[in-house]
Design a protein around this ligand. Structure first.
Ligand code: SIN
Length: 268
């Protein structure tokens, strides 16, 4: 390792890296460029012991691009680009499934950053799965099918997530199931693995069955990392090359993260 370079270690054999011995406050441009490259190479990054407050997170987030304002999320007082992710109970969670953030948007976000404030003593982990590998390891037949597919994403009439009754759902976006990452040029599967997704040209039941088939492949343990949170952690993920799943196994205990989400391109 060359002197003065950052120290990084892989989190698994397939996804994620941890950056060690680094303070995210006040990074110089060279170090920021190293982090950007590590992010693109690994789909998600972990930084321990950062303890970023809303101002710190806002400053770090702005280095990545323009803010994506998540529909329905209320910003923190005084920080219009930062939101709080709180425990809303098992019944109220909208992130306990494999997804890529705000995929229902015509121009979904490129990346998301969470800064842990309070974490439960156990549980509340977040899992990540590498969607480049998911695409690259498809059988030739499934890969050829995936290349032809477009997925429609639906919201309720009030723009909430479709949870049960889908009768008032409206389509808000459709995206290719295989997208080319605009920065790396690599192809990845791009799907939220949700039974409400509708594949164009297929019946509802066919669509569910095909999405379930892709989900079983794309989220297999060999493509995954499971993050066990500690207070002060910062974790960021690339919504164009990874899906994630927030495990809700911590009852009513407090779990609070600050989050910034950065705008992306129309998937192609
Ligand atoms: C999310 O899915 O965007 C939130 C992840 C988490 O709460 O761990």
């Amino acid at each position: 390792m060359r002197a003065n370079t950052m120290t990084m270690r892989p989190l698994t054999g397939s996804i994620g890296a941890e950056i060690l011995d680094l303070d995210l406050r006040g990074l110089d441009d060279t170090r920021f460029a190293d982090i950007r490259q590590a992010f693109l190479d690994n789909c998600m990054l972990v930084f321990r012991d950062q303890h970023l407050n809303a101002a710190d997170l806002t400053e770090f987030g702005h280095r990545w691009g323009e803010t994506f304002h998540t529909p329905h999320a209320t910003p923190l007082d005084g920080f219009p680009d930062t939101i709080a992710i709180r425990n809303r109970g098992k019944a109220g969670t909208t992130t306990e499934y494999w997804h890529t953030d705000s995929v229902f948007s015509p121009r979904p976000p490129a990346l998301s950053i969470l800064a842990a404030q309070t974490v439960p003593p156990a549980g509340g982990d977040t899992m990540f799965a590498n969607q480049y590998l998911a695409y690259e390891t498809l059988s030739p037949g499934l890969r050829a099918l995936a290349e032809t597919l477009r997925a429609g994403y639906y919201r309720t009439a009030s723009m909430g997530r479709v949870m049960g009754d889908a009768s008032s759902a409206v389509k808000t976006a459709d995206h290719p199931v295989v997208r080319t990452h605009p920065e790396t040029g690599r192809k990845a599967l791009y799907l939220s693995y949700d039974p409400t997704v509708r594949l164009e040209g297929f019946s509802e039941s066919e669509s569910r069955a095909i999405v379930a088939l892709f989900a079983a492949h794309a989220t297999q343990p060999a493509f995954c990392y499971r993050h066990r949170w500690q207070p002060g952690d910062v974790v960021m993920w690339d919504n164009r090359s990874a899906v994630h799943f927030a495990v809700h196994d911590y009852g009513e205990q407090e779990r609070l993260h600050f989050r910034m989400t950065i705008a992306g391109d129309v998937p192609r």
